[in-house]
Design a protein around this ligand. Structure first.
Ligand code: AMP
Ligand code: MN
Ligand code: MN
Length: 366
């Protein structure tokens, strides 16, 4: 998963593939410890937040609260609705709508955002804040912000968040650990993806030792959806298309979900986040795509690869980003136009590595 020096990831972004150095950790610790007693701290995660974005941010936020930081807000760009599967997370009381966030906080901390564009209108806080710390694990991270805690070898941003809490001498409790655990399970596909290292399991063990409830968490986050969403999935999966010749013969499977599909089944867009997992199981295709309509001619595109294709290269070429085996972008036009552009990019995006034959094996997603 790590981009070795000189790989396409590094050459494209210019960002280092190594994780944070001791200087970076020291700068982050100093930025927190040096805060005056009445400091205002603003936590920001990426637009359309997933389990890693929210879980890392709220878990870390609760840790800061334990440190005595009381003027503390957490937010994300766009509509302030938290996706249903995360509406029970400890620390939700830290959340404020983006337009109520401190205009000039003393410290900004960003979570799981690979680029400034993922911060939407909140990007100006990087300039108005006293200083900023960026916690992330995308190899494509652009190096924005003042202090960079970016570890492309980390399975989730929560891995970085837990290390920083540890260096700040904040002991884990069940509330902090729950957010960090949700983040870890989300980005490792419940410990199934290739990023699931021994260190991931050691972190999971530390989190579980606080007494959190993994069964309840998994059911809330992964195994609960409205009946309307079950019906919607059936319909959208029923029209999935398999293109064995695409991606230089490695195969593409894709489907689209329209605003009309959502309306007919009376569903919110968040229910479509897990749709890609039902599509990417297709044994005959290395690449899976789901096109989720977000406007009349706008689509949020999710892409996954089993190993033969670098979908982050496709996403970056089309204006987005992500990881080699899990990436996304926003496309415009109709669904056929968007998938046509993907087909063109797929033809040249091979990793050079072998395609995995086992259907549902995948790398980390988010
Ligand atoms: P998703 O398919 O939404 O789960 O996203 C998979 C990966 O692609 C994550 O690492 C996201 O951060 C990244 N990603 C998705 N959409 C975008 C986008 N519009 N711009 C940049 N990165 C994206
Ligand atoms: Mn994310
Ligand atoms: Mn992540």
């Amino acid at each position: 998963m790590t981009a070795a020096p000189g790989t396409a990831d590094e050459l494209r972004t210019g960002s280092p593939s190594a994780g944070p150095g001791e200087d970076d950790w020291a700068a982050a610790v100093a930025a927190v410890r040096g805060l005056p007693a009445d400091a205002r701290v603003l936590l920001i995660c990426h637009v359309n937040p997933d389990g890693d974005a929210l879980g890392s941010m709220l878990g870390f936020g609760l840790g800061l609260r334990r440190l005595g930081v009381h003027r503390l807000q957490a937010t994300f760009p766009g509509p302030p609705e938290v996706p249903e599967p995360f509406r029970w997370l400890p620390g939700l009381d830290l959340l404020v709508p983006a337009d109520e966030a401190y205009p000039d906080p003393d410290l900004v901390v960003c979570f799981d955002a690979a680029s400034e564009s993922r911060l939407g209108d909140l990007v100006d806080r990087l300039d108005t804040a006293g200083t900023s710390i960026v916690l992330d694990h995308h190899a494509s991270n652009t190096g924005f912000g003042a202090v960079h805690l970016v570890d492309p070898t980390a399975a989730a941003t929560s891995v970085v968040a837990e290390q920083l809490l540890s260096r700040l001498d904040v002991p884990l409790d069940a509330e902090i650990a729950t957010g960090l655990y949700v983040a870890l399970t989300t980005d490792t596909g419940s410990f199934r993806f290739a990023a699931t290292t021994p260190e991931v399991h050691r972190l999971a063990a530390r989190l579980l030792a606080t007494g959190l409830h993994p069964g309840d968490i998994s059911r809330e986050v992964f195994d609960t959806r409205p009946f309307g969403a079950v019906r919607l999935f059936g319909e959208v999966l029923g029209r999935a298309r398999l293109e064995p010749e695409a991606a230089a013969g490695h195969g593409l499977v894709w489907t689209d979900a329209t605003l009309d599909d959502l309306a007919r089944h009376d569903q919110q867009p968040y229910v479509l986040e897990s749709l890609i997992d039902s599509v990417r199981c297709t044994a005959e295709a290395d690449v899976a795509c789901v096109l989720k309509q977000v406007g009349p001619v706008e689509w949020a595109v999710s892409m996954r690869s089993k190993g033969a294709v670098d979908v982050s290269a496709v996403a970056v070429a089309l204006g987005g980003g992500g990881h080699r085996f899990a990436a996304g972008f926003t496309g415009s036009g109709d669904a056929e136009q968007v998938i046509a552009r993907i087909r063109v990019e797929l033809a040249g995006a091979l990793t050079g590595g072998p395609a995995h034959a086992d259907g549902c094996r995948s790398s980390r997603t988010r």
